[in-house]
Design a protein around this ligand. Structure first.
Ligand SMILES: Cc1cc2nc3c(=O)[nH]c(=O)nc-3n(C[C@H](O)[C@H](O)[C@H](O)COP(=O)(O)O)c2cc1C
Length: 260
């Protein structure tokens, strides 16, 4: 009798060994690639923030150094609008907004986010003279298919839009995904968020905004549902349950000698 004869036990043993080796390889790669994934995610975020601040050309290939030179990330409490202690690098909006101890259900959830994190990170962007000339504020709200994440860059009056940059969404290419189209993004600079009474009036206009509409931007054609989501997202985040308390506090601190 040959000892090389295949038996069910040998076959199962072989399959088990292959499975164990594969599982070990997958685990080792996952652990080893984790820091790279974290670094890439941070780089992507910093790239979007620099784009929102109009500093992408200045940065060239040197995103991290440019970000560190010009951008000051700060934690805020959204209800009080105050700056708070905390490491912005450790802040995870998506995780916080799933945690009932770190988030709350908005009274008027027009952005369709379900829960809003109690805290947020805001980005103060300085010019070469060290003056804050852009404030970048993260936004999130429902599109047609899922939540859409992005940033709004405001000039130092905290009312004039410098840019609206979406970073992460699942809208349809050619329809809702046109939020990424440079031609649509180019419609934003100079638009005003608030009206004279301090109410957020910024909105997308189906069929096209009038030339003299300081709060209106053309809606995305064939994508009314995404466009409505963008309008509601902006109105939520610049309202009382969003950045309005922070904007009021920040403005009054400017009157008292500025923010550090
Ligand atoms: C496969 C598919 C994907 C769609 N994706 C989007 C989308 O990403 N955003 C959107 O607003 N509408 C999308 N629509 C169209 C909407 O169902 C709806 O018709 C549209 O928002 C109406 O916009 P309009 O009034 O500008 O034509 C999609 C439709 C289909 C069939």
């Amino acid at each position: 009798m040959s000892s090389n004869k295949e038996t069910p036990i040998k076959t199962i043993g072989f399959v088990l060994i292959v499975c164990l080796v594969c599982a070990a390889l997958v685990s080792i790669s996952a652990v080893q690639l984790k820091p790279l994934q974290v670094a890439n995610k941070l780089l992507d975020q910093q790239t979007k923030i620099l784009e929102t601040a109009g500093l992408l050309d200045v940065a060239g290939d040197d995103i991290v150094a440019t970000f560190n030179k010009y951008v000051d990330a700060k934690m805020i409490d959204l209800d009080s609008g105050e700056f708070i202690e905390g490491d912005p690098l450790l802040f995870d909006e998506r995780r916080n907004s799933r945690d009932a101890t770190k988030s709350e259900k908005p009274d008027n959830d027009i952005a369709g986010i379900n829960r809003r994190s109690n805290n947020a990170v805001v980005y103060l962007v300085r010019n070469d003279e060290g003056e804050v000339n852009t404030i970048v504020l993260p936004i999130v709200g429902s599109g047609l298919w899922d939540l859409m994440y992005g940033y709004v860059g405001l000039e130092s009056d905290l009312n004039t839009v410098r840019s609206v940059v979406y970073s992460d969404h699942k809208e349809t290419p050619g329809l809702g995904a046109e939020v990424m189209n440079p031609k649509w993004k180019a419609l934003w600079p100079g638009k005003k968020i608030y009206d004279d009474k301090g109410e957020p009036k910024v909105h997308l206009v189906k069929g096209g905004a009038k030339a003299n509409d300081i709060h209106g931007v053309d809606a995305l054609s064939g994508a009314t549902l995404t466009s409505n989501g963008v309008t509601r997202t902006l109105q939520f985040w610049f309202g009382e349950e969003g950045y309005k308390p922070f904007i009021a506090k920040y403005r009054s601190s400017l009157g008292k000698g500025g923010v550090n």
